[in-house]
Structures are given as structure tokens and as C-alpha cells.
Design a protein around this ligand. Structure first.
Ligand SMILES: [Zn+2]
Length: 244
């Protein structure tokens, strides 16, 4: 293929823009914020499980306390009833029976109240654990929002640069001969790079160094020949900087 040396030189400008576009696309996919957001999301998910478990402990304790309070209330009512009957008087045997039952009820109430106190202390600890987990979730959610904000800022910047470079590419490609651009695009789609400067005896793409007859082939090729690397097949652009 033939192409004016000036057109070949401008192919390098197009390649530079395409390299930047590829780097921007890569940056967009590999933002550190993306990994950070994933990690925080996993952390929040684990904390949510922990929160559910802590809530279950609190709920169970509160249910047990409610049950105990009902029991205590029943004992208290029974005691009040006995007290009234005692005040109403009766036979000695009845009085003794009531006194004995009241003593038993008093012991029972005391036991239940001790148990309730114990559960209340456990509830205090369980509630503190729950609050601590909730605090950690709130902090993690805050960190996630912060990372999301930074991600969105970075994506916005990348989108702007992509748009700018995409616009800049249009006249560059339009000014080049169609067949040269077609060949360049074909190589670029296959290898990620279409053209590179031939410099210091090396292909600028794969860096292979040419000697002897291979170097001579590049040197002696007419200036408007489109020379390709035997190794990587990219277009080797020869300019005044090539040192030939
Ligand atoms: Zn090469």
C-alpha cells in the first residue's frame, strides 16, 4: 500500500488519540472506587446479618420479660385476693391456710422479680450490641456514599475527556486516505494498536529490533510505501525522527 509520508505521520496522531481513548475506557472500568464500593457493600451485607441476629436477641428478651410481668401480675392479684379474704376473717384453719399460701406467693413473686431483673440486665447488654452494630452500618453506608460520590466525579471527568478526544479524532481520521485508515483500523481491532513510529531500528509497537537485510528493507522502501512489521504486523511509520 502507498500513502504520502505526511499522511503516515498523521496516522501517529490518530494512534495517540486512540491510545488515550483506550486508556480512558480502561480507567473507567478499573476505578479504585468500584472495588471500594464492592467491598463496602459486602461489609454492609454482613453487618445487616449481624443486626438481624442482635435484634432477635433483644426481641426474645423483651418477650420473656413481658411474659414474666404477666406472671408477676397474676401472683400479685392472687396475693391481694388472699389479703382481702384474710381481712374478712374466718376459721383458724382457713387463716393458717391463707397465710401459708401468701408466704408461698411472696416467695414466688420475689423469684420472678429477680428473674426479670436478670433479663433486664441482659436486655441492656443486647440493646447496646444492637446499637453498636447499627452505628457500624451507618458508618459503612456513609463510606459507601462517599465512594459513590468519588466514583461519579471520576466517571464524569472520564466522560468529558472521552467526549473531547472522540471529537478531536473526527477531523484527524477524515483527513487521512480511506484505504490507510481502513488498514489501520483492521490492525487496531485485531491487536489494539494500528501504527507506531519506527525509531532507533525498532518497531515502536512490539519493540523488535531490525538488523541487516530487515533493516535495509525498511530503509530502502520508497517513502510513500506503507511498511509493516514482520513480527507484529503493525504499520511502522517512518519520519524524520526515525533515524534512518
Ligand atoms: Zn512490531
Amino acid at each position: 500500500m502507498k500513502a504520502a509520508p505526511e499522511a503516515q505521520r498523521r496516522l501517529l496522531d490518530l494512534q495517540a488519540v486512540d491510545t488515550t481513548l483506550a486508556q480512558l475506557a480502561h480507567r473507567r472500568k478499573s476505578l479504585p472506587e468500584l472495588a471500594e464500593i464492592d467491598a463496602v457493600a459486602r461489609e454492609i451485607s454482613a453487618l445487616e446479618d449481624e443486626r438481624v441476629r442482635a435484634q432477635v436477641v433483644v426481641d426474645d428478651l423483651e418477650r420473656d420479660i413481658a411474659r414474666l410481668e404477666k406472671d408477676i401480675d397474676q401472683v400479685r392479684q392472687r396475693k391481694d385476693k388472699d389479703q382481702k379474704r384474710l381481712e374478712a376473717g374466718g376459721s383458724l384453719r382457713e387463716v393458717e391456710g391463707l397465710q401459708h399460701e401468701m408466704a408461698t406467693l411472696k416467695r414466688r413473686q420475689s423469684e420472678l422479680e429477680d428473674a426479670e431483673l436478670e433479663l433486664m440486665e441482659q436486655t441492656e447488654t443486647a440493646s447496646a450490641t444492637l446499637a453498636e452494630v447499627q452505628g457500624r452500618i451507618a458508618a459503612a453506608v456513609e463510606r459507601r456514599s462517599d465512594a459513590e460520590r468519588r466514583r461519579d466525579d471520576a466517571l464524569g471527568e472520564i466522560a468529558k475527556e472521552l467526549e473531547f478526544k472522540t471529537q478531536a479524532r473526527v477531523p484527524l481520521a477524515a483527513d487521512l486516505p480511506d484505504d490507510l485508515v481502513t488498514l489501520y483500523e483492521k490492525i487496531r481491532s485485531e491487536t489494539g494498536m494500528g501504527a507506531a513510529l519506527f525509531y532507533a531500528g525498532r518497531c515502536g509497537a512490539c519493540r523488535i529490533e531490525l538488523y541487516g537485510a530487515d533493516l535495509n528493507r525498511v530503509k530502502s522502501a520508497p517513502k510513500d510505501d506503507v511498511v509493516r512489521c514482520e513480527e507484529c504486523r503493525r504499520i511502522m511509520v517512518r519520519t524524520a525522527e526515525s533515524g534512518l
